[in-house]
Design a protein around this ligand. Structure first.
Ligand code: APR
Length: 184
């Protein structure tokens, strides 16, 4: 299953580069310092241009704590906003990483809704440099997003932009497992 939909709302799973997406919000996988990194972060700042970093440094000199998120404009990206989310570094579930990851997704969705956004594009937070196992992370990502969509009719579209086929397949499996149970 690659799509979950209900009335005018949908959650999609696609293979691609998140910086190619057109959405009201593109989510960046950031670090607590909001310093430029690799992966999604590197691509976001490379494609979005220096205005994004200039804005986050000015607005959030204290950075962003793990499990939270901050918002900026989107520079040259095809989006109104970039949300910079800081997922947890995986340390073997010793520090409540699952709860922290859920909170990071929740923070993004809440910020998007507060800024009247109808569409949000996410990468798979924490499953790259931060080493969170994809099997567990994708359940949290999909489950949190569908619950938020059901609670907030103003949000119309959540798309997960996955960078490689194994990650896409793992997300698809999670969506198949989660979506039927939500319909009951
Ligand atoms: N588009 C979509 N997904 C991407 C892209 C891209 N352009 N580039 C990488 N990915 C994928 C990775 O393959 C992984 O599945 O996004 C997922 C998250 O990987 P990371 O970007 O490494 O994010 P994360 O694990 O949250 O680590 C964050 O990495 O770049 C640094 O500054 C960043 O310190 C922070 C840390």
């Amino acid at each position: 299953m690659r799509i979950w939909s209900q009335a005018e709302q949908r959650l999609e799973l696609i293979l691609g580069d998140i910086t190619d997406q057109r959405a009201d919000v593109i989510v960046n996988a950031a670090n607590p310092q909001l310093a430029s990194g690799g992966g999604v972060d590197g691509a976001t700042h490379r494609r979005g241009g220096p205005a994004i970093m200039a804005e986050t440094q000015a607005r959030y000199p204290q950075g962003c704590k793990t499990e939270s998120a901050v918002i900026s404009t989107a520079g040259k990206l095809e989006a109104r906003f970039v949300i910079h989310a800081v997922g947890p570094v995986w340390a073997g579930e010793n520090r409540g990483e699952a709860t922290q990851l859920r909170s990071a997704y929740q923070s993004c969705l809440t910020l998007a809704e507060e800024h009247q956004c109808q569409s949000v594009a996410f990468p798979s937070l924490s499953t790259g440099v931060y080493r969170f196992p994809v099997e567990a992370a994708c359940h949290i990502a999909v489950d949190t997003s569908i619950a938020f969509l059901l609670a907030q009719p103003s949000l119309k579209r959540v798309v997960f932009v996955l960078f490689d086929r194994p990650t896409l397949f793992t997300f698809e499996k999670a969506l198949t497992e989660i979506a039927p149970s939500l319909k009951d």
